[in-house]
Design a binder for this molecule. Structure first.
Ligand code: PLP
Length: 401
């Protein structure tokens, strides 16, 4: 296996391990990328055709993981554009999640009752070719200056229903420790904010960003979760492991969100392997995202059935801890919903499964004698309903008095 030293001769370990060096030396052109991989015609066309539309940057670290000769390398497919990215497919949307209509101020998306997305930066160390927020990370909106961030913090302070703030972007870890600390301080001093989350791809694309100082900084704002974004076992390097374990060892829990990407990670084998590796680092698989309808990403999207089949291959066959929620974020601002394989065959009596298998429904409590399920192995099982259906909790009156 080639190491980074072969691909980046003359770079010292001190430079390599410095996240600012990695950001400064990100590969941004076909010429630069061609030094580390044998660019195919499709990639060359993609780089040229998307140059005016969406940013291109790959840290030397992430580039060092690329398969030099294989165009289906999952690291290449996530970070080097192909020609299809310059095309819009029917249904593609500039703002696929309808966020702009839920943006009371520039830095805040407030779509759910008790939590908000806080946009901290329009920059990333590596620009994912499947980015859902490319209208922001593409640079056309401009940066998030201090004023916009202050306005965002003021919004959170003024809205007492907000108990969870997801700091995202762009990648908040593309900011300096000082700027990040200032943002987290502003949010942490809001009395009704219980939980902070920092959504970042740094452990994947620039693990040297996760220094001891950063881990200590994040720990000071507990309860704070880091939500990261590994998509393929090829990204699970010793450096990535060190970054994740440094956070977890400090007391910062790490969750993972994977985006389901066609021909990158759209197999049960890949995702079971990825999730097993992450769990061994104490990183919990949280969401498996169906690709959003962001412009230029249709070639990376999977049919809905592909995700359901993958979940079906995981559930029961491996630890429940390794099974994420399959989420579809509804276009136009409907929010996330989850999809699962149907294990509930239907209501019925103990003697025979319902004739119309697969038409699952759950009626009023106690309205059926029980329910028929199919197991992860495909066998049918009956679960009887209990004798009583009253589910009110009398002690609530005391506990919440
Ligand atoms: C995904 C998302 C959240 C967080 O959702 P959870 O299900 O709590 O992880 C919050 N706000 C926006 C706008 C989101 O897209």
């Amino acid at each position: 296996m080639a190491t980074w030293r072969d691909r980046f001769p003359g770079v010292t370990p001190a430079e390599w391990g410095d996240w600012r060096w990695q950001h400064r030396h990100a590969l941004r052109t076909a010429e630069e990328l061609a030094r580390v991989v044998d660019l195919g015609a499709d990639e060359r066309r993609g780089i040229a055709a998307t140059a005016a539309v969406f940013r291109l940057a790959v840290t030397p670290y992430y580039a060092s993981l690329m398969d030099r000769g294989h165009p289906f390398c999952p690291v290449r497919m996530q970070s080097i554009p192909v020609a299809a990215e310059a095309r819009s497919a029917p249904g593609d949307l500039r703002d696929p999640l309808g966020e702009d209509r839920h943006r009371p101020v520039r830095a805040v998306v407030h779509k759910y009752p008790d939590r908000v997305l806080f946009l901290a930066s329009d920059h990333c160390a590596v620009y994912c070719r499947h980015c859902t927020r490319r209208r922001i990370t593409g640079g056309e909106e401009g940066a998030f200056e201090r004023e916009a961030l202050e306005e965002g913090i003021a919004y959170v302070r003024a809205h007492r229903e907000v108990r969870d703030v997801l700091v995202s972007g762009g990648d908040p870890l593309s900011l300096s420790d000082e700027r990040l600390e200032w943002i987290l301080d502003g949010l942490r001093t809001v009395p009704h904010v219980q939980i902070l989350r920092v959504a970042t791809r740094a452990p994947v694309t620039c693990p040297m960003r996760v220094t001891d100082a950063l881990a200590a900084l994040l720990r000071r704002f507990a309860p704070l979760f880091v939500v990261t974004h590994f998509n393929h076992p090829k990204e699970c390097t010793a450096e990535a492991r060190e970054a994740c374990e440094r956070l977890v060892d400090r007391g910062v829990p790490v969750e993972n969100q994977t985006v389901l990407l066609r021909r990158v990670n759209s197999s049960a084998r890949t995702l079971a392997d990825l999730n097993h590796r992450l769990l061994a680092w104490r990183v919990r698989p949280y969401y498996l995202h169906q690709g959003d309808l962001a412009e230029g990403t249709a070639h990376l999207r999977t049919p809905l059935a592909a995700g359901v089949r993958i979940l079906e291959a995981l559930r029961g066959h491996t630890s429940g801890l390794a099974v994420p929620h399959l989420a579809v974020d509804l276009p136009g601002g409907g929010g996330k919903v989850t999809v699962q394989p149907g294990y509930l065959v239907g209501p019925g009596g103990p003697d025979a499964p319902p004739a119309a298998a697969g038409t699952a429904s759950v009626g009023e409590p106690g309205s059926a004698a029980g329910h028929w399920f199919r197991s992860y192995r495909g066998e049918l099982f009956f679960v009887p309903e209990p004798p009583e259906a009253d589910c009110s909790c009398p002690y609530d009156e005391v506990f919440y008095a």
